[in-house]
Each structure stands twice: as C-alpha cells, then as structure tokens.
Design a protein around this ligand. Structure first.
Ligand SMILES: [Ca+2]
Length: 350
C-alpha cells in the first residue's frame, strides 16, 4: 500500500506537531529550569575583618562558593576602621583571583584595634616585597562602604541580593539611612526593599541572656537594623559557634596548595601555632547565606528580634514576623565537613 503526496504531507505535519514540537518544548523548559537553578546568588559581604579569625575563613568559604558557581561576590565592605582591614580583604580577593571586587570601608567605626593577624599577614617579606599581592595600601584609600553598598545593590536585579553581615551592623544601618545619590534615586531603605531578598547577620545570643559582640559593639545600629530592615532577616547567633568549631585537623591536613596560604598565615598569627580550632560563627552565617535550603540548620519560629536594655537579643514570636535565627540541627559533622572542604578549596578562577 502506498501514500500519495497529500497523505505524506499530512503525516509529516502530524509528526512535527505530536513528536518534534513537544520534544523541543520539553528541552527548552528543562534547560530553563536548570539555568534558573544554577544562577549564582549575588552576595555582598560586610565584615569586621581583623577582629576575629572566623571572618578570614568565612571569606575563604565565600570565594570557594563563588568558584563553584553557587554565588557571585558583588562587593566587600568593612565595618572595622583599621588601616589594614581594607588591604587584608584585597589580599583575599586577589588570592582567589578576584582583585576587581569592589572594597568599601567605613571611616568611623566602633572597633579600631589592631587585632591578632592583620599586621602579620600584611607584613612584607625579608626582601621587602609584599607577602601577598594586593593593590589597596590603606583603608583610607578605599571608597566609603555605604557608597559601595549602594552601587553594588543598584546594579542588581530586583529581589536578588543576599547581604551577609559578620561584624557590627554600622554599615548596614548607614545603608538603610542613606540618601539618593548618583548610584540610585532610591532612599536606602527603598533600595534594600527593591534589591535584597535576604539579610543574614552573625549577631545575638538566644540561648542565654548575654550580650553578643556584634550587638554591643554598635547596639544603636543593631537596634535600627532589627527595627527598620524591610525584608527577611536570619540571625546566626553566638551559640552556633559553640556548636560548630573549625577543627584543628583540617588546618593540619586540608591546606596543601599553594604553599603560603593567607588563611593559614592568619591562623598562625592568631594562635601562635597552638591550634585548637576556633568557633565558626561567621562561617556558619556565610554557608547559610549561600545555601539556605540544604537543611544544615533548624530555624526558630518567625518573629521580631529586639534588644533589651542590656543589649540581650530576644525574638518575640509572630507568624507574620520576618526575623528568624539558626538553631543547631543534630550533630555538627555534616556542616563541619562542608565548611572544611570549602575553606580549604584551592583558589581557582571560574
Ligand atoms: Ca566577624
């Protein structure tokens, strides 16, 4: 039995309609779904680099997540007004192959001490050359942190950014109160409402009535942020660092390349070789900021975080509230493996 030309055309048309087109449609939506899933999260890190060692490793983790395509570091801002805090961030950005990430520094912060490792890491070698490559020589040459925050946010898609603050909340408060400028016609709070989908802060202590460093170092700023931030806030409180220690074994065994590693030099300067690991507050905050949906942690009920007269943080539960805080979930092994693998991941340029 044969087909005439008209019958062949009808058969071909049906073949295209019922097989080829559905396959193309399925291929397109599958590709879109995959693309949406792997779109890197734009992240802004605000750090008091120089006060504690965990900021150093948290920044290392963030760069590892950037290298893996999970996030894109849009800007680094510094909430510690020390001349070497900005250059130290430049060292880490450069070490990980991203010297072009903008760095902003506040000029009148509440913590300005030398800290344990800034001078040691930035100390030149015996021949006078820098131990680690960097361009920024002093924080005084860096632009103001709020200008960098505003410029970074203004260039992002709406509701896309995650801001992670791992120091006193001075810059974050100043961002909220910032006025329209050449970067955006929006007031700071409007700009945040438009661009930021999540603020993660290492702040507070919900397990005992105790004032935590990032809160009491600038409690006015902290209160302002908890009262006025327009979107969702997740706090990584002090007790998460008690639960999650960065283990000594990782420092000894995981860092193989290159020979001089700024994370290890900073760790050595901090502990003088007597390594016992350290509380990983800021590492937990950064991990949650980029991977909020991995069930690493339990979450409190929603509510509103307030400070009392002693700067103790408390969450008043409210189903409509936008604040939550992280709670340990079982044993620390799974999170410990994630943070040690990421912190020791060799630098690479994606
Ligand atoms: Ca910190």
């Amino acid at each position: 039995m044969g087909f005439n030309q008209r019958e062949i055309r009808v058969l071909l048309r049906r073949l295209v309609c019922f097989t080829v087109l559905p396959c193309m449609w399925l291929f397109t939506i599958t590709n879109r779904a995959v693309a949406a899933e792997i779109e890197p999260i734009p992240v802004i890190l605000d750090t008091d680099m120089g006060n504690d060692i965990d900021d150093v490793f948290a920044m290392g983790i963030l760069h590892a997540l950037h290298s893996r395509g999970e996030c894109k570091i849009v800007a680094t801002t510094v909430s510690k007004n020390h001349p070497l805090s900005g250059p130290f961030c430049d060292v880490l950005n450069t070490f990980y192959g991203r010297a072009d990430i903008p760095i902003g520094v506040l000029q009148t912060g509440t913590t300005s001490g030398d800290g344990p490792y800034l001078a040691q890491v930035m100390k030149p070698l015996a021949n006078g050359s820098p131990a680690f490559a960097h361009r920024l020589q002093t924080s005084n040459d860096a632009p103001n942190a709020v200008a960098v925050l505003r410029r970074g946010l203004a260039g992002l898609q709406d509701a896309s950014a995650v801001v992670v603050a791992i120091g006193p909340l001075t810059n974050i408060r100043d961002l909220l109160e910032s006025r329209p400028d050449e970067h955006s016609p929006l007031h700071g709070r409007e700009l945040v409402a438009a661009k930021v989908r999540l603020l993660v802060v290492m702040a507070g202590d919900f397990s005992k009535p105790k004032a935590e460093f990032n809160i009491f170092s600038d409690s006015i700023a902290a209160a302002k942020v908890f009262n006025d931030w327009p979107g969702d806030v997740v706090a990584c409180p002090f007790e998460m660092g008690e639960w999650m220690h960065y283990p000594e074994m990782s420092l000894e065994k995981d860092f193989r390349v290159p020979e001089r590693h700024p994370l290890l030099v900073a760790d050595l300067a901090t502990f003088g070789g007597k390594r016992n690991g350290f509380m990983a507050w800021d590492l937990v905050a950064v991990l949650h900021a980029v991977r909020p949906d991995r069930d690493y942690f339990n979450m409190s009920k929603p509510g509103k975080i307030d400070l009392d007269s002693e700067n103790v943080t408390r969450l008043k539960e409210d189903n409509e509230g936008k604040h939550r805080y992280l709670i340990p979930r079982g044993g620390p092994e799974r999170v410990r493996e994630a943070i040690t693998s990421l912190a020791s991941q060799p630098p690479s340029i994606p």
